[in-house]
Ligand binder design. Structure first.
Ligand SMILES: Cc1cc2nc3c(=O)[nH]c(=O)nc-3n(C[C@H](O)[C@H](O)[C@H](O)COP(=O)(O)OP(=O)(O)OC[C@H]3O[C@@H](n4cnc5c(N)ncnc54)[C@H](O)[C@@H]3O)c2cc1C
Length: 462
C-alpha cells in the first residue's frame, strides 16, 4: 500500500473570469484582494517541510481574496460563491502544516482574521464563546484576566487563530493533560454559516459541532466557537539534561504518568538540540545531552527538582514562562522542533506517530534500522485516557520510497501514522471516511464548494 499521494485529487475547473467578476460585484463594499502577490500570500501555509506536498501545491492560488470582519460579511461571501458556483477556501492565520488552506481549485479565499472578539465568558464555568478568527494568544490573554486559560494551544499560538486550530489542528501544548481537540469535552458549540444562495447562520450544540472539528473548513464556515477552558497557571519552564537516552525516555514516561500538573513534556534526542534556538542559551549542557523540556505548575516544581537525580537527569535551565529574553520554551516543541531543524538542515522532513506500548522497544528498533537518518522528538500526550509519548521524528529525505518503507515499518510494529504528507482530512488521520463529516457537508455546503479536494469522503460518496 502506498501512503504518499502522487497527484492531486479530482478537482473542479478554475472559475472563469466572468464568474469571479460576478462574485466581486456581489461583494461591493467589502475589502477585496486582487494583487497577485497578496493572493499568493493568502494561498500559502507552512507545508514546505513536506517534500511530497511542496511540488503538488506549487502554483495553487486563489483568484480573488476577501477580508471579512463581521458574520454578515461572511454570509455575503458564502451566498455570492454559491450563486456563481465559485469554490471558497477559508483562512485563519495560514499556519497549517499540510496545505489545509491552500486553494487547490482557485476560487475565493476568505480571510477570517477580522472576526476577532471574545464574545462572552461564563464566570462560574469558564466556558467561553469567541469569534473564529481571534488569535489564540490574544484570546488566552483575555481569558487570563478572568483567571482562565485555553486547555490546548498549538506551538504557533502567537500567530494561529481559534477557528483554524479547531478546523486544521489537533492538539499541542496541554495535550499531555487534556488529550486532543477532537476528544469530547473541549468543543461545546459552534456558530456556522452555510453555503447556500441565501446563506444561513446556525447555532450547533456540541454533538452537531463534532463533524466540523478537524474538517479543514470543508463542511461549513465556523464564525464562532464555544469551548471549555481551564484554570490559569503560572507555568514554570525547565530544561533537563540526560546523558542516557533510555533513562530519558523512561523519565518522560514517569513524569507524564505522575500527578504533576503539566503543560508540556517534550523530549529531544541529543543531535536535535544543537539546532534549537534555546532561550537564554539553554543553560549549557553538552552536545551529548538529550533534553527534556517541561512546563510544570509552581506547586509541582519542588518535587520535580528533587526527583531529577533519581530519574537520571540534571537541571540545565529554568525560568517562569513569559519572563526573560528569547523564544518561549513552547516554541521549541511540537512542530516548532521540525521548523527549527528543517530551517537549519536541508534535506530533512518529518512524521507524526503514535508508537506501540511501551515505546522504548520500537524507538530502539527503528533507530537501529535507520541510524542517523531518524532523530527522535517525543511529546507527552494523553491519548484515549492513557499517558503516552507521541513521536514527531525528523527524517532525512531519501526519497518517496524510503519514506513509504519507514511508514510501513511503523505500521508493522503496531504504531499509527498521522501522515503530514497528504492532502485530505482522512489520509492525515486514520485513513477512514467519517460519514458524519460528509453528512455535515451535504447540509451546510450541498454544492461542494468549500475547500475542494480535501474531503475524500465527498467525492467517494455513493
Ligand atoms: C511551526 C509549526 C508548529 C505547529 N504546531 C502545532 C501544534 O502544536 N498543534 C497543532 O495542532 N498544530 C500545529 N501546527 C499547525 C497550525 O499552526 C495549527 O493547527 C493552527 O492552529 C492553525 O491555525 P490557523 O489559524 O493558522 O489555521 P489556517 O492554517 O488558516 O487554517 C487551517 C484549516 O482550517 C480551515 N479554517 C480556518 N478558519 C476556519 C473557520 N473559521 N471555519 C472553518 N474552517 C476554517 C482552513 O481552511 C484550513 O483548512 C503547527 C504549524 C507550524 C508551522
Amino acid at each position: 500500500m502506498t501512503h504518499l499521494p502522487d497527484g492531486l485529487p479530482p478537482l473542479p475547473a478554475l472559475a472563469e473570469p466572468e464568474q469571479i467578476e460576478a462574485v466581486a460585484r456581489d461583494l461591493e463594499g467589502l475589502p477585496l484582494v486582487r494583487s497577485t502577490v497578496e493572493l499568493e500570500r493568502l494561498s500559502r501555509d507552512f507545508h514546505e517541510d513536506s517534500p511530497v506536498l511542496t511540488p503538488l501545491l506549487a502554483g495553487r492560488v486563489a483568484q480573488l481574496g476577501v477580508h471579512a470582519s463581521s458574520v454578515e460579511a461572511v454570509q455575503r461571501v458564502a451566498s455570492a460563491c454559491v450563486r456563481h458556483a465559485v469554490p471558497l477556501t477559508l483562512r485563519g492565520a495560514g499556519t497549517g502544516n499540510y496545505g489545509q488552506c491552500v486553494p487547490l481549485a482557485g476560487g475565493v479565499v476568505l480571510d477570517l482574521s477580522g472576526l476577532n472578539r471574545l464574545r462572552a465568558i461564563d464566570p462560574l464555568t469558564g466556558v467561553f464563546t469567541a469569534d473564529a478568527g481571534i488569535g489564540l494568544a490574544a484570546l488566552d490573554d483575555q481569558l487570563r484576566q478572568a483567571g482562565r486559560a485555553l486547555r490546548l494551544l498549538p506551538s504557533t499560538a502567537r500567530s494561529a487563530s481559534l477557528g483554524g486550530f479547531i478546523a486544521g489542528g489537533s492538539g499541542g501544548l496541554g495535550s499531555v493533560r487534556w488529550g486532543f481537540l477532537r476528544d469530547p469535552g473541549h468543543l461545546l458549540g459552534l456558530e456556522v454559516v452555510t453555503l447556500e444562495p441565501e446563506s444561513r447562520r446556525l447555532e450547533l450544540a456540541a454533538a452537531a459541532s463534532r463533524p466540523l472539528n478537524h474538517a479543514y473548513g470543508c463542511n461549513g464556515i465556523i464564525t464562532a466557537l464555544t469551548m471549555a477552558s481551564t484554570e490559569a497557571v503560572a507555568w514554570q519552564e525547565l530544561v533537563i539534561g540526560f546523558s542516557d537516552w533510555e533513562r530519558a525516555v523512561v523519565a518522560a514516561r514517569t513524569i507524564g504518568e505522575s500527578s504533576l500538573v503539566l503543560q508540556s513534556l517534550c523530549l529531544l534526542e541529543a543531535p536535535l538540540c544543537g539546532a534549537m534556538p534555546w532561550p537564554g542559551g539553554g543553560g549549557g549542557g553538552t552536545d551529548a545531552d538529550h533534553r527534556l523540556l517541561v512546563q510544570v505548575s509552581p506547586d509541582g516544581l519542588p518535587l520535580l527538582l528533587s526527583w531529577l537525580a533519581e530519574l537520571g537527569g540534571r537541571l540545565l535551565w529554568q525560568r517562569p514562562a513569559g519572563s526573560g529574553q528569547g523564544l518561549p520554551l513552547a516554541e521549541l516543541t511540537w512542530n516548532h522542533t521540525t521548523l527549527h531543524w528543517c530551517r537549519r538542515q536541508s534535506g530533512w522532513t518529518y512524521l507524526q506517530l503514535l508508537l506501540p506500548q511501551p515505546e522504548l522497544a520500537c524507538l530502539q528498533g527503528l533507530k537501529q534500522a535507520w541510524g542517523d537518518d531518524l532523530l527522535w522528538h517525543l511529546e507527552g500526550v494523553r491519548s484515549q485516557g492513557a499517558q503516552r509519548l507521541a513521536a514527531l521524528p525528523l527524517v532525512r529525505w531519501r526519497g518517496r520510497e524510503a519514506l513509504e518503507r519507514l511508514i510501513d515499518q511503523v505500521l508493522e510494529r503496531g504504531g499509527l501514522c498521522f501522515n503530514p504528507h497528504v492532502l485530505t482530512v482522512e489520509d492525515g488521520g486514520l485513513g477512514v471516511i467519517d460519514a458524519d463529516q460528509v453528512a455535515a457537508k451535504t447540509l451546510y455546503d450541498p454544492d461542494g464548494l468549500l475547500n475542494p479536494g480535501k474531503l475524500r469522503g465527498w467525492w467517494e460518496r455513493p
